[in-house]
Design a protein around this ligand. Structure first.
Ligand SMILES: NC(=O)c1ccc[n+]([C@@H]2O[C@H](COP(=O)([O-])OP(=O)(O)OC[C@H]3O[C@@H](n4cnc5c(N)ncnc54)[C@H](OP(=O)(O)O)[C@@H]3O)[C@@H](O)[C@H]2O)c1
Length: 376
C-alpha cells in the first residue's frame, strides 16, 4: 500500500530534494529519528516520481530504509506543491539545483543546499557551524520574500580540509596550503558509474573540484564585514582569506570517506605540541549549544602511525567528526628546529555525512538556534 508520512505536529515538517541519490539517502537516514525535523515530502526526478521510495531508490547504506518512508510516494518538483513546508534540504545535482533552489527561496522557503550552484554567491552563506557560524548573517542580504533564504555547506573535500585548517588559521595564521585528495566513490553520486572505472585503478581528475577547494576554503576562513551601502543601508559581506590553496584531486576505490594529504605553511612558527593542542581544543557553537547533530569533538587527533584510514575512522561520532593524524615537519618549507612554519598531516572526513547531509542538517540546526536566540 502506498502512503504518505504524517509529521508529528511538534516537529518541523521538511522536504528532501534529490532524495534517491547518494546524499539524499543520507538525509533520509539521518532525519529518520531527528528530534526537531520530520520528513514530510520526498522529491526526485520525473523518472522516480509516482513510485514509492523503496521502489525507486537503489539503497546503498548499511542501515535499512526507515520504515516510515519505505512506502512514501516520491514527487517531482512542482513549486506549487510545497505547501506546508518551510524548510527544504537539497541534494540536487548542481546541473539542476540553481534555478530550483532560487525559486523555492524566493517563495519564502529556507533552503539548505549541498549543491555548488550558489555557494560562492556574495549574499549566500557558505557555512561550517564550528568554523564560521557568523556568516549566516549574509542571508539577510538576500532579496527574498520573508523567511526565504539559501544556506549552503561546502564541497565534501573542503569540509575536512577546513575543519583541520581552521584551528591552525585561528592560532598561527596560514600562508599557503598544498594538498592531494583521495576521494571515495560515493562522492561521485550514484549516476556517475565511478565504480566501473575504478577496478584496479585510480582516476587523477575530478572536474571542478580543485578550484572549489581553493575558492571555498578562502570564503569559509574569510571575515564577515558590515559595510554601509551607497543608499545608507548596512550590508554584510565576506572578506575572503587570500592564502593560496593548491589541490590535486584523485578518485580512489573506497566506498565512503575522503582522505586528504595536506601540507601547510603557517604565518607563526609552532611546535608539534602546539599544533596538536590547537586541534584537540577545537570546539564551536554546535558543541556549546549541544545541537542534536553536533559531534562532541569535531576533530579527533589520532596517534597511530597509520591513521586515519577510511574503513576504520570515517564513522567517528556517526560520521560527523573529522580526524587528523600523521603530523610531521615539512622540510619543503626549509625551516628546522622545534618551532617551524611547515607541517604536513593527513585528514579524513565522511563525505556524505559530515561532508554533505549531516553538515547541511547541522547548518539548519544552527540557523534555528540563532533565530531562537534573536527572538529572546
Ligand atoms: N556525493 C557526495 O559525497 C557529495 C558531497 C557534498 C555535496 N554533494 C552535492 O550534493 C548533490 C547531490 O549529490 P549526489 O552525489 O547525491 O548525486 P546523485 O547520487 O546523482 O543524486 C542526484 C539526485 O537528484 C535527483 N535529480 C536528478 N535530476 C533531477 C531533476 N531534473 N529534477 C529533480 N531531481 C533530480 C535524482 O533523482 P533520480 O533518482 O530520480 O534520478 C537524485 O535523487 C550534488 O550537488 C553534489 O555535488 C555531493
Amino acid at each position: 500500500m502506498k502512503e504518505s508520512a504524517n509529521p508529528t505536529p511538534s516537529k518541523i515538517p521538511v522536504a528532501i530534494l534529490g532524495a534517491t541519490g547518494a546524499v539524499g539517502q543520507r538525509f533520509v537516514a539521518l532525519l529518520a529519528d531527528h528530534p526537531w525535523f520530520e520528513v514530510a515530502r520526498l522529491f526526485a526526478s520525473e523518472r522516480s516520481a509516482g513510485k514509492t521510495y523503496s521502489e525507486a531508490v537503489s539503497w546503498v547504506l548499511d542501515s535499512p530504509i526507515p520504515p516510515a518512508l519505505e512506502n512514501h510516494l516520491l514527487e517531482s518538483l512542482d513549486l506549487g506543491a510545497l505547501d506546508g513546508i518551510e524548510l527544504v534540504f537539497s541534494a540536487l545535482g548542481s546541473e539542476v539545483a540553481g534555478p530550483i533552489e532560487t525559486s523555492l527561496a524566493d517563495a519564502g522557503l529556507l533552503v539548505f543546499s549541498n549543491a555548488s550552484s550558489h555557494r560562492m554567491a556574495k549574499d549566500v552563506p557558505l557555512v561550517i557551524p564550528e568554523v564560521n557560524p557568523d556568516h549566516l548573517a549574509l542571508a539577510s542580504c538576500q532579496p527574498r520574500r520573508s523567511g526565504g533564504a539559501i544556506i549552503t555547506n561546502p564541497n565534501c573535500s573542503t569540509i575536512g580540509l577546513v575543519l583541520s585548517l581552521a584551528p591552525l588559521h585561528n592560532a598561527f595564521g596560514i600562508r599557503r596550503v598544498s594538498l592531494v585528495t583521495n576521494q571515495a566513490l560515493s562522492g561521485a553520486g550514484l549516476a556517475d558509474g565511478a565504480l566501473l572505472k575504478l577496478h584496479d585503478n585510480v582516476i587523477p581528475f575530478i572536474r571542478g573540484e580543485e578550484e572549489k577547494l581553493a575558492q571555498e576554503t578562502n570564503k569559509l576562513l574569510g571575515e564577515l564585514l558590515l559595510e554601509s551601502a551607497e543608499d545608507g543601508t548596512l550590508d554584510f559581506q565576506i572578506e575572503h582569506a587570500t592564502f593560496p590553496v593548491s589541490a590535486t584531486c584523485i578518485r580512489v576505490p573506497v566506498s565512503d570517506g575522503h582522505l586528504l594529504s595536506v601540507s601547510v605553511e603557517l604565518d607563526e612558527p609552532a611546535t608539534h605540541a602546539e599544533v596538536t593542542a590547537a586541534w584537540r581544543e577545537f570546539r564551536g557553537l554546535p558543541q556549546d549549544r549541544q545541537l542534536p547533530t553536533a559531534p562532541l569533538n569535531p576533530l579527533h587527533v589520532l596517534e597511530e602511525e597509520d591513521a586515519p584510514q577510511p574503513a576504520k575512522h570515517r564513522d567517528l561520532e556517526g560520521g560527523m567528526a573529522a580526524s587528523v593524524g600523521r603530523l610531521r615537519p615539512d622540510d619543503f618549507y626549509g625551516e628546522h628546529g622545534d618551532r617551524r612554519r611547515g607541517w604536513k598531516f593527513v585528514t579524513l572526513s565522511h563525505n556524505t555525512v559530515r561532508g554533505a547531509a549531516g553538515g547541511s542538517i547541522l547548518n539548519a540546526e544552527l540557523w534555528l538556534e540563532m533565530a531562537d536566540e534573536a527572538l529572546e
